[in-house]
Ligand binder design. Structure first.
Ligand SMILES: O=C(O)CCC(=O)C(=O)O
Ligand SMILES: [Fe+2]
Length: 191
């Protein structure tokens, strides 16, 4: 499989791994069964609630620390375990946690960041499955500013691994044109 990054990391596009009907069905099931909460972000010492919603799932004890708070992992649902196993086979990696993001429409996105928290196993694979609305995913090199953009579609799987998080940031672009919901699952390997 072709590495989409020219240097300093690895980004792979596995294409659409769930047929459209199935992907939408999974999204509906996720809407009903996942413990969604508004995300809280600390900015300049104040806590803000994002309109984007998140949920954290994983093995027992795989808690997640960011923006000054600890998120306790919910235990895997049967559906999440099924998806995880498919993603693990395709990415040839193992994951023990999953962060789910729910973007109601194009007004919600995610700013530039790297998934380089201390609690993530260094240089491990991070897989991302998209469900619902197509959204633009940007990756930008910290030094050269080189940018790669991907339109992530319903049922599409990508993964980043190696030293990617040391040299590249990524973001989910906002868009006035997107009127519908998107759910994203990022599978991770935590220490
Ligand atoms: O929604 C996406 O595609 C990106 C999510 C992301 O970067 C993250 O959860 O760290
Ligand atoms: Fe990320």
């Amino acid at each position: 499989m072709k590495n989409l990054l020219p240097f300093d990391g690895e980004l792979y596009d596995h294409g659409i791994i769930y047929e459209q009907d199935e992907a939408y069905k999974i999204m509906e099931q996720m809407l009903e069964s996942i413990a969604w909460k508004h995300d809280q972000v600390k900015l300049f010492g104040r806590v803000y609630q994002t309109s984007r919603m998140v949920a954290w799932y994983g093995d027992v004890g795989k808690n997640y620390q960011y923006s000054g708070s600890t998120k306790t992992a919910h235990l895997w649902t049967p559906l999440l375990l099924e998806i995880k196993s498919r993603v693990e086979n395709l990415c040839r990696a193992n994951y023990n946690a999953c962060l789910l993001n729910l973007y109601h429409d194009g007004n919600e996105g995610m700013g530039w960041h790297a998934d380089n928290e201390k609690s993530i196993v260094t240089h491990s694979s991070i897989a991302s499955l998209s469900l619902g609305s197509t959204r633009r995913f940007d990756v930008k090199h910290l030094q050269t500013g080189e940018k790669i953009s991907l339109d992530l579609k319903n049922g599409q799987l990508i993964n980043m691994q190696g030293c990617t998080q040391d040299y590249w940031k990524h973001a989910l672009a906002k868009s006035k044109k997107v009127k519908n919901l998107r759910i994203n699952l990022t599978f991770r390997l935590m220490k």
